[in-house]
Write a protein that binds this ligand. Structure first.
Ligand code: Z15
Length: 829
C-alpha cells in the first residue's frame, strides 16, 4: 500500500545525492570510477583517450541530472513548446561546451591537473559530431544552445546518421572522400532510449473503407521500420535548463515479416530485415542540390513520422482535444527538408484521429513556421510525383487535396491568370511532374522567415513574389546569429578572459549586447597591448597547427587571411585564388629592393566540395597547385604563403577563427542568404573583407564601413551586369592571371581548362572579372591598414564591440516572440 511506497521512496531519496558535487576530489573520484567501471580500464593504466572517455562520462552524469529536472519541470508546467525540425545539426565537440555551460570548467581543469592530465589535451581527443553540411546545420546547433540558455521549452528533432559528413583527404592536391564512421568509439553525449520507439511505414496502397455510412481512406503500407530515439542533452549557460536534441535511428521492425521467414531462407530473411538500418545510415553531402533520390525522401519521412508520433503522444499525455494543439505546439521547419510534416499532420488528424478535413486544416494552418535559407530558385527542393506516389501514396493524395482547395481559393482572389496559377501551384507539371516543397511550406505555414534583411527582400521581390503579393503578412525575417558561448568562450578563452576583465563582468556571455561597452575603450593603449597579445598567442597556436598538418612554416608577423566555408562557385574561392596569383606575380616582377614594402601574408583556404561537384573540386586542386608553386619559391619566402587546410569542420573553425586577422566573405552580391562565418570572425576581432551580401549588409550598419574592407558590384547592379555579360570590360590583370592558369604555369593545364572557361568568354556568371579590380583595391586597403597596427587594433576591438546583434540569442528571442509565441520556462535551481 501507500505506506510501503513511501518507505521505499524515502529510502531511495536517502541513497541519492541531490546534486552531484563538483569540488575537485568529487570530480576526481567520479572520473576514476568511470575509468574503472565505464571504460573498464585500470585506474593505474589508461591513456589520454580513455581519460577523455571517463571525463566525458562524468560530465554526462551532471548533464543527465539537470536534463531530468528540466523535463519534469516542463511536464509539470505544460507550456507551449517549440519543436525544431531539422535534417542537419552540426554540433561539433561537446566536452568543452558542456563544462563551460555548466560552469564547472575550471573545477575540472584543476581536478585533472592533480591527476596529471591537462584538460585541453583531453578535449582534443574528442571527434566532431558532423551530422550536417554547412551553414544551415551549424545554425541549428547555435540555435539549440540559445534555446537552452534562454530557458525556452524546446526540442530539437533530427536524424542520427551513422556516417556524418565525409572526411576530406587531400592527395596530390585533389579532394578524396572518406566515410566518417563517428560512432566507432561510442558516443558518451547521447542516451539511447530503447523504449522510445515508433513504427514508420512506407509504400503500399490506399484503399477506400466504409465508415459511419461514408467512405474514408486507409493506407495499407508495404514496409515498416522502427525509429529508436537517441537523446542528446543540450545544457544552457548559467541556468539549470538542459533541453533535448532527439535523433532517430532506424532499426528493423519487431513486427516480423512472417512470410519471408516461412520460406525457409532464414539467412536472407535476416539480411533483408537488417536493410532497414540503411535509412539513417548516411548524411547526403551535397549541400543544396536535390536529385530526387528515394533514400533521401525516405530519410525525410522517417524522421518526420517518428518526430510527429512523439510530439502527438506528448500532447495527448495531458490533452484530449486537438483544437488545443496550436496553443501547445509550434513546429519549425528548418528549410523545406522536413516539410512532409505538413502532409503527415493532416494524415494523422484525418485518417487516424478522425477529425474532419476542414478542422484538421484549421489546425495545420496555425502550427507551422518555415525558414528558407536560399536565394536561388534552383536551390528549391522538388520531389518527383512518381517517387512520392510509390513511397507515400496517401501523402501524395493529401498534397493533391491541399493543392486543389488552395488553387480554388486562389482563383477567387486573383482570377484565371493561368501563368500565375501554375507558378504558384504546389504541383509542377513539367517534364518530370513534381511537388514543389517550398510552395507546400509557404501555403501551409503561418510565417515564412528569411535569414537576413536583404534575403527577405529578395524573397519578396523575386523568389516568392507571387506569394508575397497574396499574403504579405506571412513574410518576415530573423537575421541569423551565432552563439558567443561556442564562438568566443569555448574557442577563444584568452579573448574571453580579456573581454570580461575590461568590461568588469562575465555577464556578456548571456547578454551579448554588453560587448558594446568595449567601444569606449577602443583607443585605450593598455587594452591595445593586451588585445594584440591575445591575438598573437592565437596566431601562434594556428601556426603550429599549420606546420603540424602541412609542414609549412608561417610567420606570425604576417597577416593571416582566411576563407573557410563550403566550396561553391557563388562563394568565389576562385576569386580569392586568382587574387593570390596576382599578388604572387607582383612580387615576382618587383625590384628586389621594393619587396621590403610588401605586407607579408599567409592565405588560408579551407572547405569541402560536394563529392559530385566537379568545378568545386577543381577549385580545391587549383588552390593546392598554386600553393605548391608559391610556397616553394625562394623569391617569395615569408612574403606570401598559401595553405589549404584539409578536412575543414567545426573544431578546425574553432582553432582558425581566433587566429585570423582578415577573413573573406566575397560571394557575388545577392547570392548568400545570410552567411554566419562572418559573425564568428567579427566576434573574435577579425576584420572582414567582403561584398555587400546577406548579413554583411547588417554588419556594416553595426560597425560602419570604415571598419571593414568592402568591394564589388552591388546587389541591384548584378542582374544588369549579367545581361551585359560578354560586352563587359574585364581588367587586364584578370585576363593575365587566368592566362597563367591556362598556360600551365601551375601545371595540370588540361584539367584547369574548364575552370578558366567558367570565368571567361562571356560565361562569367558570378562576375569574377567584373569585381576583380575592386577586389584588388580592397586587398590593398587591408594591407595599408595592417601596417598601421594601432589603427588595425582599434578596428579589431570595434569589430568585437559591434558584434552583439549577431548572437543567436537575439535571433531566438525574435523567433520566440514573433513567430512561435512561446515563453521561457525556467527550471528552479
Ligand atoms: C545551407 O548551409 C544554406 C542554405 C541552403 O539552402 C542549404 Cl541547402 C544549406 C546556408 C546559406 O547558404 C547561408 O547563407 C546561411 O547563412 C545558412 O544557410 C544559415 O541560414
Amino acid at each position: 500500500g501507500g505506506g510501503e511506497t513511501s518507505v521505499r521512496v524515502e529510502r531511495m531519496f536517502g541513497l541519492m545525492d541531490r546534486f552531484l558535487k563538483s569540488d575537485p576530489s568529487s570530480l576526481q573520484k567520479d572520473i576514476l570510477d568511470h575509468v574503472e567501471y565505464t571504460v573498464a580500464r585500470s585506474r593505474f593504466s589508461f591513456d589520454d583517450f580513455e581519460a577523455y572517455q571517463a571525463l566525458a562520462h562524468s560530465v554526462r552524469d551532471r548533464l543527465i541530472e539537470r536534463w531530468h529536472d528540466t523535463q519534469i519541470h516542463f511536464k509539470k508546467k505544460d507550456p507551449k513548446r517549440i519543436y525544431f525540425l531539422s535534417l542537419e545539426f552540426l554540433m561539433g565537440r561537446s566536452l568543452s561546451n558542456s563544462v563551460i555551460n555548466l560552469g564547472i570548467r575550471d573545477q575540472y581543469a584543476d581536478a585533472l591537473k592533480e591527476l596529471g592530465f591537462e584538460f585541453e589535451v583531453l578535449a582534443e581527443q574528442e571527434g566532431d559530431a558532423a551530422l550536417g553540411n554547412g551553414g544551415l546545420a551549424r545554425l541549428s546547433a547555435c540555435q539549440m544552445d540559445s534555446l537552452a540558455t534562454m530557458d525556452y521549452p524546446a526540442w530539437g528533432y533530427g536524424l542520427r546518421y551513422q556516417y556524418g559528413l565525409f572526411r576530406q583527404v587531400i592527395l596530390d592536391g585533389y579532394q578524396h572522400e572518406q566515410p566518417d564512421y563517428w560512432l566507432n568509439f561510442g558516443n558518451p553525449w547521447e542516451i539511447e532510449r530503447v523504449h522510445v520507439t515508433y513504427p514508420v511505414k512506407f509504400y503500399g496502397t490506399v484503399e477506400d473503407e466504409n465508415f459511419n455510412g461514408g467512405k474514408r481512406k486507409v493506407w495499407l503500407p508495404g514496409e515498416m521500420v522502427e525509429a529508436v530515439a537517441y537523446d542528446n542533452p543540450i545544457p544552457g549557460h548559467g541556468t539549470r535548463n538542459t533541453i533535448t536534441l532527439r535523433l532517430w535511428a532506424a532499426k528493423p521492425s519487431d513486427q516480423i515479416d512472417m512470410e519471408s521467414f516461412n520460406t525457409g531462407d532464414y539467412i536472407n530473411a535476416v539480411v533483408n530485415r537488417q536493410r532497414a538500418e540503411t535509412i539513417s545510415s548516411v548524411l547526403y553531402p551535397d549541400d543544396r542540390s536535390y536529385q530526387g533520390k528515394e533514400l533521401r525522401l525516405k530519410q525525410q519521412y522517417f524522421f518526420v513520422s517518428a518526430s510527429l508520433q512523439d510530439i502527438i503522444r506528448r500532447f495527448k499525455d495531458s490533452h484530449s482535444n486537438f483544437d488545443d494543439f496550436p496553443e501547445k505546439v509550434a513546429l519549425q521547419l528548418n528549410d523545406t527538408h522536413p516539410s512532409l510534416a505538413i502532409a503527415e499532420v493532416m494524415r494523422v488528424l484525418v485518417d487516424e484521429e478522425h477529425l474532419d478535413w476542414n478542422r484538421a486544416w484549421g489546425i495545420v494552418c496555425k502550427i507551422f513556421s518555415f525558414t528558407t535559407h536560399t536565394v536561388l530558385p534552383e536551390g528549391l527542393e522538388k520531389v518527383p510525383v512518381d517517387l512520392l506516389e510509390s513511397l507515400l501514396p496517401r501523402h501524395l493524395q493529401i498534397i493533391y487535396d491541399i493543392n486543389f482547395d488552395y488553387i480554388e481559393e486562389l482563383k477567387k482572389k486573383i482570377g484565371l491568370d493561368y501563368d500565375r496559377l501554375s507558378r504558384m501551384s504546389i504541383v509542377e507539371d513539367g517534364a518530370v511532374k513534381s511537388i514543389r516543397m517550398a510552395n507546400l511550406a509557404i501555403v501551409c505555414s503561418h510565417t515564412v522567415n528569411g535569414v537576413s534583411r536583404v534575403h527577405s527582400e529578395l524573397l519578396k521581390t523575386r523568389v516568392f513574389k507571387d506569394f508575397y503579393e497574396l499574403w504579405p503578412h506571412k513574410f518576415d525575417y530573423k537575421t541569423n546569429g551565432v552563439t558567443q558561448r561556442r564562438w568566443i568562450v569555448v574557442s577563444n578563452p584568452s579573448l574571453s578572459a580579456l573581454i570580461s576583465k575590461w568590461l568588469g563582468t562575465e555577464a556578456w556571455i548571456r547578454d551579448v549586447d554588453l560587448l558594446a561597452g568595449l567601444q569606449e575603450q577602443a583607443a585605450n593603449v593598455d587594452l591595445h597591448e593586451e588585445w594584440r597579445m591575445v591575438r598573437k598567442v592565437n596566431k601562434m597556436r594556428l601556426a603550429e597547427y599549420i606546420e603540424a598538418m602541412s609542414g609549412i612554416k608561417v610567420s606570425v608577423n604576417a597577416m593571416f587571411d582566411v576563407q573557410i566555408k563550403r566550396i561553391h562557385e557563388y562563394k568565389r574561392q576562385l576569386l580569392n585564388i586568382l587574387g593570390i596569383i596576382h599578388r604572387y606575380d607582383c612580387i615576382k616582377n618587383m625590384e628586389k629592393s621594393d619587396r621590403t614594402k610588401v605586407v607579408p601574408r599567409v592565405c588560408i583556404i579551407g572547405g569541402k566540395a560536394a563529392p559530385g561537384y566537379e568545378i568545386a573540386k577543381k577549385i580545391i586542386k587549383l588552390c593546392n597547385a598554386v600553393a605548391e608553386k608559391i610556397n616553394n619559391d625562394p623569391d617569395v619566402g615569408d612574403l606570401l604563403k598559401l595553405v589549404f587546410i584539409p578536412d575543414y569542420n567545426v573544431s578546425v573553425a574553432e582553432l582558425v577563427i581566433p587566429g585570423a586577422d582578415l577573413s573573406q566573405h566575397i560571394s557575388t552580391a545577392g547570392h548568400e542568404a545570410s552567411g554566419t562565418g562572418n559573425m564568428k570572425f567579427l566576434m573574435n576581432g577579425c576584420l572582414l573583407l567582403a561584398t555587400e551580401d546577406g548579413s554583411t549588409v547588417e554588419i556594416i550598419e553595426e560597425i560602419g564601413e570604415d571598419n571593414m574592407f568592402l568591394f564589388g558590384a552591388k546587389m541591384h547592379e548584378v542582374p544588369a551586369l549579367r545581361v551585359k555579360g560578354p560586352t563587359l570590360k574585364v581588367p587586364l590583370q584578370f585576363a593575365s592571371v587566368v592566362r597563367m592558369v591556362r598556360d600551365g604555369y601551375f601545371g595540370f593545364q588540361d584539367y584547369f581548362e574548364s575552370l578558366c572557361d567558367k570565368v571567361e568568354g562571356g560565361n562569367d556568371f558570378y562576375l569574377l572579372g567584373y569585381d576583380f579590380q575592386s577586389y584588388l583595391e580592397a586587398q590593398a586597403a587591408a594591407d595599408k591598414a595592417f601596417v598601421d597596427q594601432e589603427k588595425w587594433t582599434r578596428m579589431s576591438i570595434l569589430s568585437t564591440a559591434g558584434s552583439g546583434r549577431f548572437s543567436s540569442d537575439r535571433t531566438i528571442e525574435e523567433y520566440a516572440e514573433k513567430t512561435w509565441g512561446i515563453e521561457p520556462c525556467k527550471c528552479p535551481f
